[in-house]
Design a protein around this ligand. Structure first.
Ligand code: SF4
Ligand code: SF4
Length: 181
């Protein structure tokens, strides 16, 4: 008789504990409803890349001296520098230059070591194509100025979340919530 009463007591205690855990779980949902979103609704919203973001490389054909330093410092010898020797002036003349962004790891070595600063990293990161050969940029594609996120009025610009001061974990105001209110 005593053991049956004890069993009921234990069972009741476990049931209360389980109900408490379920209640705690349900409390998480209303707590999250009050928080601002941390995610970005890409491509309708975009983050402003940070100052030293390593995006698509920009190349200035006129400044290149075809020294091939960029090829030697590249961990995969990626840049293709095609040149011919001009015997009359004893100088190399650049014929074409290309980088395949399907293989590039955006380490920035080529930009760092180029003696004439004709390479620079841009904030452009949208490099998807249907054909992987479309990522092999020649000097014309490399010379194109990057599209700035700020100049695109069709999208909502979100400040870089990484730039929030330490300890601040608030997200950004959801433009759809603002529009509906
Ligand atoms: S290091 Fe600079 S100057 Fe030399 S070949 Fe490469 S891009 Fe041209
Ligand atoms: S960023 Fe790095 S991997 Fe890409 S071309 Fe330059 S050195 Fe090579």
């Amino acid at each position: 008789m005593f053991s049956i009463a004890n069993g009921f007591k234990n069972y009741g205690r476990q049931a209360i504990q389980a109900a408490r855990y379920i209640g705690q779980g349900f409390m998480v949902t209303p707590d999250h409803m009050n928080r601002l979103p941390m995610t970005i609704q890409y491509p309708y919203e975009k983050l402003i890349p940070s100052e030293r973001f390593r995006g698509r490389i920009h190349f200035e054909f006129d400044k290149c001296i075809a020294c091939e330093v960029c090829v030697r410092v590249c961990p995969i010898n990626l840049p293709v520098v095609d040149w011919k020797l001009k015997r009359t002036i004893k100088k190399k003349q650049l014929k074409s230059y290309s980088i395949d962004f399907g293989t590039c790891i955006f380490c920035g070595n080529c930009v760092e070591y180029c003696p004439t600063n004709c390479l620079s990293m841009t904030e452009e990161y949208e490099l998807s194509t249907y054909d992987r050969h479309g990522l092999n940029y020649d000097q014309t594609a490399l010379g194109r100025l990057p599209k700035s996120v700020i100049e695109d009025y069709t999208i909502e610009i979100i400040p870089n979340l990484a730039s929030l001061s330490k300890g601040v974990m608030e997200g950004h105001p959801d433009p759809r919530r603002i529009a509906s209110s």
